[in-house]
Design a protein around this ligand. Structure first.
Ligand code: ZN
Length: 286
């Protein structure tokens, strides 16, 4: 009987693939959690599963900290030279410039929570965020702007240390930047230092640790020399979590560990507090 028989309908041919292309997925380096890239991006590149703070580019920090469309880059004309004629340095610089045209630090002025500020942001993607003459000079000039305009200075650090290819000229930047920061301190102009993963070597031994307030992102590695070198020198095992942001906070080396999503509000609150200004209308500090 025909009405009991299941009629087979010809299947319509599939016109589109249902699978999501593989380049849309991202995997967390810390816990292996896999999710669509957009989820990571919307979460400021923090893993939605384990809260691991992935590395951000300088421009992304600028967008995170500055008020929308309020900022413009400064000191764009400074470029590295090769004072020691170090082998391969010119070629490496040329290659790195394809990744970031601003050397290892992006400097800009704009507003944060409606307050005029200068922000310098190191970029690890440019030769490991190494501090050479350009980085030192750009920070000094940005700090000079803060002195002239009397607005706060913020530096976001991410660095493997001094730039070997510039030898002692790199090391000199530590003293140069420290000197101009002391002028800011004398004039009571706030300087907030933000340490991200990793902040090591000469950067950790100079401006990164000189902030009126020193903040760090969760889990960031912060230290001068690597743990293996210290272990060999001391001849003893190092405590667990040594050289992490949390360890340094618990031992009084920095003021607070701040989640990336709270970073702008926290800096805004600190700056208002330090400069004795009331919160601007519509500016939430929650
Ligand atoms: Zn994770």
């Amino acid at each position: 009987m025909a009405w009991f028989r299941k009629e087979k309908k010809p299947r319509a041919p599939r016109t589109e693939r249902l699978e999501i292309p593989p380049d849309v997925w991202e995997k967390c380096e810390a816990c292996g959690h896999t999710d669509i890239r957009e989820k990571f991006v919307r979460n400021h590149n923090v893993c939605p599963s384990c809260d691991y703070h992935r590395r951000l580019r300088a421009v992304e920090y600028a967008r995170l900290l500055f008020d929308e469309n309020s900022w413009s880059e400064t000191e764009t004309e400074i470029r590295s030279t090769d004072p020691l004629q170090f082998p391969d340095y010119q070629a490496r610089i040329k290659k790195a410039r394809q990744v970031a045209d601003y050397d290892a630090i992006l400097t800009a002025t704009g507003t944060l929570g409606e307050m005029p500020v200068g922000i310098g942001i190191m970029d690890f993607a440019f030769m490991g965020g190494s501090m050479g003459s350009v980085v030192g000079e750009k920070i000094s000039r940005l700090a000079q702007r803060s002195l002239e305009k009397k607005h706060p200075l913020i530096i976001v650090s991410a660095s493997g240390g001094a730039r070997m290819q510039e030898g002692v000229l790199s090391l000199m930047q530590m003293a140069k930047v420290s000197a101009v920061l002391s002028q800011l301190a004398e004039r009571r102009i706030p300087y907030v230092s933000i340490l991200t993963n990793p902040t090591t070597g000469g950067v950790s031994a100079s401006f990164a640790m000189l902030g009126d307030a020193i903040l760090a992102e969760p889990g960031a590695v912060i230290g001068f020399a690597g743990p293996r070198v210290i272990k060999q020198t001391l001849g003893q095992d190092l405590p667990e979590g040594f050289q992490t942001a949390e360890f340094l906070r618990d031992h009084g080396m920095l003021d607070a560990v701040v989640h990336r999503r709270e970073l702008k509000a926290t800096v805004g609150r600190l700056l208002r507090h330090m400069s004795g200004q009331p919160a601007a209308a519509g500016w939430t500090t929650a």
